[in-house]
Design a protein around this ligand. Structure first.
Ligand SMILES: [Zn+2]
Length: 145
């Protein structure tokens, strides 16, 4: 038992991974603090994330978990129309808080290829995104669930 927990939580000694975990937990806390009945979905989402934390880039785990949360809460917005100016999305997009899709110039954020972002939102999988693109998307997540 002891050895299992040491293996599972070896990343606790990795400051970068531990700090990201603290940030991730804080997002959950702030999102759920006013709710009286918390659905097991959120607990299971955290369990899934903690299992992946050591094996995958935790930034990707956060972004992918967040899509699952948005889909569970039915909050994912239309992907082909800019949330700010309400005109059609072109070849590059940015993501706002809540993964609302916008033109990069509408929120002055780093552009990412629309095709990649839509694939990410549809599949909950960040495999086609570069690490710097994940960093850009993570900024949107860290603004709050
Ligand atoms: Zn726009």
């Amino acid at each position: 038992m002891r050895s299992v927990s040491l293996i599972e939580f070896s990343w606790l000694y990795d400051e970068h991974k531990r700090l990201l975990w603290d940030e991730f937990l804080k997002l959950f806390y702030l999102h759920l603090e006013d709710k009286e009945d918390i659905n097991p979905f959120y607990f299971n989402l955290l369990l899934l994330a903690i299992r992946k934390w050591d094996k995958q880039n935790p930034k990707r785990v956060i972004c992918e978990s967040y899509i699952n949360l948005l889909k569970y809460e039915k909050r994912l917005q239309p992907k082909r129309v800019c949330f700010i100016c309400e005109t059609a999305i072109r070849d590059k997009v940015s993501l706002m808080r809540g993964f609302k899709v916008t033109h990069p110039e509408c929120i002055k954020s780093h552009p990412i290829a629309t095709k990649k972002v839509i694939n990410f939102l549809d599949t909950n999988n960040s495999i086609f995104l570069e690490d710097n693109e994940i960093d850009t998307i993570l900024v949107a997540v860290m603004k709050g669930f």
